[in-house]
Design a binder for this molecule. Structure first.
Ligand code: ARG
Length: 583
């Protein structure tokens, strides 16, 4: 399905051509001044230089050559040479009908479905989720849905951090507390207990305690490092205990992510990449790209065009241990083997950008990915508190995700109960739905790469550019549709400027999603639905829909509401939240 701007550009292209000008000047876009016209073509201004002619003369020539068509309602030349266009009401109504009948609601589908792996979430096992992990989950989930919406095959991988020092710390602390456990008995050959020796809350206390001790006590730290090493080389008891840590931790993570409406296709972890490391390093050696530097084995990744220093990528430390980059490279080996992805996209804090530059360059140099495989890094900014500093608890500690969400849900429940549109027993469940929209929209409406301020009052407001405002609009539409007893559509020409503006907005949907997907820019979807919701509310304010006596007019408005609802719902589904029935 061609968008309005594409169709208009085609018509103007033919006019440019038959008037003797290059049709590439004919691009039509939505107008910057909707008060003057709906669409504009500025090509005559650009063509003026090439043809040494006044722009308005070119524009006049073009106007005279416009072919017969049903699409243009009004077209005029405005000095010095703009071409202003309004589309014909009936053509717009027809287009909306076609959008309503399209299973993708006009979202263009990729000609070739790419296989895309998105690496997001990235929680560390046994450490509680904190707000830093929130952005990765929220943005990654949205990008996954967005890429699917435009027709790609997407695999979301949580890529658990399960192989680092935190595991050694927990093992060490468990050994101090319960040395009698069979995991620490080297002569033990039986079956380890099925039951884990800790609950998730105990686990979450053990890690910070151990981490604190290791900072204060060198000997303790040495034990933890050794335990990490023993685990990595396959100590049977440690491996079994590690399995228990994973079990307990993953169950808790799954619960947390499902509350966030975030879901992963793959629950892969750093440890899954370990078997690929030895052969990978051998291969790098054979290719002669590894060399020694200060005892470590590294790959040089500086390129001639670099304007700043890119340090070599460290693959192996002097003691033989592998590092974060080693694991990420081996993970790419595995992904290549299992999925042959066309693209691997990492949604990670932008402070890790250098790491990914090193990893991507090393992967290319070592031939781990095919030359055509795209490796992309979407680095997001920091979520700050109202003081502009990284988000903290009231007493200055690291804010846990659950606490933050509970604050939001409580605030939302208060508001919803005050509104009295929801039955008392539904208030808590509704507060969760609306609260999630507040958190996700608050994040996604900002450009991902920028830092933003997490402002509970602003994000939970039912007015302004917020998730709850969008949901409120959807709920309002649902309630009108519920009360309607007549037919739905067909949509006829707009009866007011507010209605036309809404119709033009809906006609734009597919292009907006397409652009947001190409640019990895969820904030563009937010901006779009915010302005669509505003247009809808303006139209609704001016229009008595349910009491309209002209049956065709009423049916058209109901059809328009139905389409608005579907487009808003599809949009928030891509953003990763949903609307309640009432609020
Ligand atoms: N676990 C890491 C962290 O908490 C994030 C992992 C990101 N993904 C990756 N493939 N390195 O910082």
């Amino acid at each position: 399905m061609k968008s309005l701007t594409e169709q208009l550009s085609d018509i103007l292209g033919r006019a440019f051509e038959s008037a003797g000008y290059d049709p590439t000047y004919a691009a039509v876009r939505y107008s910057d001044r909707p008060d003057l016209c709906e669409f504009q073509c500025n090509g005559a201004m650009a063509a003026a230089k090439a043809y040494h002619k006044a722009p308005f003369m070119i524009a006049d020539d073009v106007l005279a050559a416009i072919p017969e068509n049903d699409l243009i309602g009004r077209i005029e030349v405005v000095k010095p040479g703009f071409i202003n266009i309004d589309c014909a009401d009936s053509a717009l109504a027809d287009l909306l009908k076609a959008i309503g009948e399209d299973e993708n609601l006009s979202i263009p589908q990729a000609e070739k479905a790419d296989t895309v792996v998105i690496d997001y979430g990235g929680p560390n096992v046994a450490k509680p989720l904190h707000v830093g992990h929130l952005r990765s989950a929220v943005i990654g989930e949205c990008i996954k849905r967005l890429k699917r919406a435009v027709g790609h095959e997407v695999l979301g991988d949580v890529h658990l951090g399960d192989w680092g020092l935190q595991m050694g710390l927990i093992i060490t602390e468990m050994k101090e507390r319960q040395p009698e456990l069979p995991y620490f008995d080297e002569s033990f050959t039986g079956e380890y207990p099925a039951e884990a020796p800790f609950t998730i809350s105990e686990l979450e206390e053990i890690y910070p305690t151990a981490s604190g001790k290791s900072k204060a006590d060198e000997a303790y730290k040495a034990k933890a490092l050794d335990a990490t090493y023993q685990l990595q080389i396959g100590n049977r008891g440690y491996r079994a205990l590690w399995n228990k840590i994973m079990e307990v931790s993953i169950a808790d993570l799954k619960r947390n992510y499902s509350n966030l409406n975030v879901d992963f296709d793959l629950w892969k972890a750093e440890s899954d990449a370990q078997p690929y490391i030895p052969a990978m390093i051998e291969d790098m050696k054979a290719q002669g790209i590894l060399h020694e530097s200060e005892g470590a084995m590294v790959i040089d990744v500086m390129e001639d065009t670099d304007t700043k220093e890119i340090p070599p990528c460290i693959i192996q430390k002097s003691d033989g241990a592998s590092l974060y980059a080693t694991t990420d490279l081996a993970t790419l080996v595995e992904r290549e083997k299992l999925f042959k992805p066309d693209e691997v996209l990492y949604v990670v804090d932008k402070r890790q950008e250098m790491h990914f530059t090193q990893v991507f360059r090393s992967a290319r140099k070592a031939g781990i990915v095919r030359p055509e495989t795209r490796l992309k890094f979407l680095g997001f900014g920091t979520m700050n508190g109202r003081d502009g500093k990284p988000f903290k608890t009231r007493d200055g500690g690291v804010m846990r995700l659950e606490m933050l969400l509970n604050d939001i849900y409580a605030e939302m429940e208060k508001k919803i109960s005050e509104n009295r549109n929801v039955k008392e027993e539904d208030a808590a469940a509704t507060a969760k739905i609306v609260g999630l929209s507040a958190v996700k929209y608050g994040d996604l409406s900002n450009q991902a790469t920028k830092d933003y301020i997490f402002d509970v009052d602003k994000f939970t407001s039912f007015e302004g550019n917020t998730g709850p405002y969008i949901l409120y609009t959807i709920v309002r539409i649902k309630s009108i549709l519920e009360k309607n007893d007549g037919p739905v559509g067909p949509i006829i020409s707009a009866a007011s400027p507010a209605e036309k503006s809404l119709m033009l907005k809906l006609a734009r949907f597919g292009t907006v999603i397409d652009e947001a997907a190409a640019e990895l820019a969820p904030h563009k979807i937010c901006a779009y639905i915010y302005s669509t919701a505003n247009d809808f509310n303006r139209f609704y304010h001016d229009t008595r829909i349910l009491t309209e006596e002209n049956a065709a007019q009423k049916a058209s408005w109901i059809g328009l509401l139905e389409l608005t609802k579907r487009i808003l719902e599809k949009s928030i589904d891509i953003l990763g939240f949903s609307a309640p029935e009432h609020m």
